[in-house]
Ligand binder design. Structure first.
Ligand SMILES: C[S@@+](CC[C@H](N)C(=O)[O-])C[C@H]1O[C@@H](n2cnc3c(N)ncnc32)[C@H](O)[C@@H]1O
Length: 257
C-alpha cells in the first residue's frame, strides 16, 4: 500500500513509521510512505506557510497556496489517492474504518497545523475527514501516525501471525480477553486454571466469555450494538452472576477477570 502524507513535519512521520510492526512492514515493502512538505512549495524568502484568517480573531491558518501547489505536485507525480484530512471535526476513527482504509491501494493523508486549513481547500480537495478522538492536537501528524500504524499492521505479511489481528479488540465488536504469558519467575500463580487445562474447547469458551464480560463492564456501548446468540447470552449471564457474587463478597476486588 502506498501512503502519501502532506505535512510540515516529514521527519516526524518518517521516524514514527520506522519502528516495530510498521517499520518491518516498510522494510518488507508492504507499505511505502512518501511525504510532501507544503513549505517546499511556498514562495518568498521565508517560505511562509501560515496566514491570518479573514474576519480577524486569534491564531493563524495554513496558507492555501502552498497546500494547493503541494497537492498539485503530488498529483503531477501520479498520486491519485483519496485525500483524508486529519481533523478533530472528522468522523471518529474506529477499527472498522481502519479495515476499510487498509484495503485500499493508496491514501493521501493531509495534516493540518496552526488553527487548521482553509475551508475552501477542504471543500475541493478532501474526500474524508478523520478524527483520532475528541481532543485537539497541535497538528495532524500524530493522527497520521496513528492511521499509518493501524493500517500498516493490517497489511498482509506485516504481522508474523496474521490471525492475531483477528482476535484483537473491536474486530468482532468486543474487547479482547485477558492474556497471560509463560513466565519462569511468576510461574502459574494467578493464571486461570482453564488456560492450563489443555482443553481447547474450554479455553475458547472461557476466552469468549471474558471478551463478553469485559465488554459488558468496560464498553457497554459496544455490547449494545451487538445481537448476541443464545450461546453468547448464556456465557455473559454466567459471567455477570460470578461478577455480582464476587462483588457481594467483602474482599471483592478487580473487575471479575
Ligand atoms: C489546533 S488544530 C486545529 C483545530 C481546529 N481549529 C478546530 O477546533 O477544529 C491543528 C490541526 O491539528 C490536527 N488535529 C487536531 N486535533 C485532531 C484530532 N483529534 N484528530 C485528528 N487531527 C487533529 C488537524 O489536522 C488540525 O488542522
Amino acid at each position: 500500500m502506498r501512503l502519501d502524507v502532506l505535512t510540515l513535519f516529514p521527519d516526524f512521520i518518517d521516524h514514527s513509521a520506522r519502528i516495530g510492526v510498521v517499520g518491518r512492514a516498510r522494510e518488507r515493502g508492504l507499505i511505502d510512505i512518501r511525504c510532501w512538505n507544503p513549505r517546499d512549495y511556498a514562495s518568498g524568502n521565508y517560505r511562509r506557510v501560515d496566514e491570518r484568517p479573514f474576519g480577524g480573531g486569534p491564531g493563524m491558518l495554513m496558507m492555501i497556496e502552498p497546500l494547493r501547489a503541494c497537492l498539485a505536485a503530488a498529483r503531477a507525480a501520479g498520486v491519485t489517492a483519496p485525500v483524508i484530512h486529519l481533523s478533530p471535526q472528522g468522523e471518529r476513527l474506529t477499527q472498522a474504518t481502519v479495515r476499510r482504509l487498509a484495503a485500499l491501494p493508496r491514501l493521501l493523508l493531509l495534516c493540518g497545523r496552526y488553527e487548521g486549513i482553509d475551508e475552501r481547500l477542504i471543500a475541493h480537495e478532501v474526500d474524508e475527514e478523520i478524527s483520532i478522538g475528541d481532543y485537539v492536537l497541535s497538528g495532524g501528524e500524530l493522527g497520521a501516525a496513528v492511521l499509518i500504524d493501524a493500517i500498516g499492521r493490517l497489511q498482509e505479511g506485516a504481522l508474523n501471525d496474521a490471525d492475531s489481528a483477528r482476535q484483537d479488540s473491536f474486530e468482532d465488536g468486543l474487547l479482547d480477553c485477558p492474556h497471560y504469558t509463560r513466565s519462569e519467575s511468576a510461574g502459574t500463580a494467578g493464571v486461570p486454571a482453564v488456560l492450563l487445562s489443555g482443553d481447547h474447547a474450554a479455553i475458547a469458551r472461557w476466552r469468549r466469555q471474558q471478551s463478553l464480560g469485559r465488554t459488558w463492564l468496560r464498553r457497554p456501548d459496544l455490547l449494545a450494538r451487538m445481537s448476541l446468540d443464545e450461546a453468547d447470552r448464556s456465557l455473559l449471564a454466567s459471567y455477570r452472576r460470578d461478577w455480582l457474587a464476587a462483588l457481594a463478597q467483602p474482599s471483592a476486588a478487580g473487575d471479575g477477570d
